[in-house]
Design a protein around this ligand. Structure first.
Ligand code: CMX
Length: 135
């Protein structure tokens, strides 16, 4: 697997507008967009940091994995996403290395990307996303 860069670091938040004020107005990051990802039950704000992005995740409802995370752990870093050159091949490699996959196959993410999550129980407690814009 070839990791090209950190695509984004995602942070679980209760109130997107309040957090945007912090990241944009206090830290000075550029807000590049907001998007609802219905199937994940989240509203996402994207803030550019060089070649990477900070993603703020606010749950849309109690069924969202992010709502569960907030209830259990509170606000904070939710996952890290790596941009890989070939997502399907990378997933096969992870499977061979006995990493537990949440997504057996790539699925649609935000911004036209393809994504797949690795389970935090097999990545030492860090929920890890692999993503690719090409596949
Ligand atoms: N980071 C680290 N550990 C996490 C975690 C996270 N983000 N979310 C859950 N866990 C841990 C829990 O603390 C728990 O550990 P313990 O058993 O030691 O207490 C364990 O994983 C199981 O967690 P759970 O609360 O029982 O939740 P589920 O098993 O129902 O789901 C997970 C956990 C990771 C499989 C699920 O949240 C998931 O599928 N996540 C991937 C999808 C996602 O997060 N989408 C939202 C973002 C969408 C986007 O970016 O577009």
């Amino acid at each position: 697997m070839a990791i090209k860069k950190i695509a984004h670091i995602a942070i679980a938040v209760h109130d997107l507008a309040e957090q945007i004020r912090h990241y944009r107005d206090v830290l000075g990051l550029e807000l590049v967009g907001e998007e609802v990802v219905e199937d994940q039950g989240v509203r996402v704000a994207f803030l550019r940091v060089g070649e990477s992005t900070i993603e703020l995740l606010q749950p849309l409802n109690d069924a969202s994995p992010v709502a569960k995370f907030l209830a259990k752990r509170g606000q904070g870093i939710h996952h890290i996403a790596f941009d890989v050159d070939n997502l399907a091949k990378s997933l096969s490699e992870m499977r061979e290395k006995e990493i537990r996959l949440i997504d057996e196959n790539p699925r649609a993410g935000g911004h036209g990307s393809q994504i797949a999550f690795l389970h935090p129980k097999s990545t030492h407690g860090v929920l890890t996303e692999l993503c690719s814009v090409e596949s």
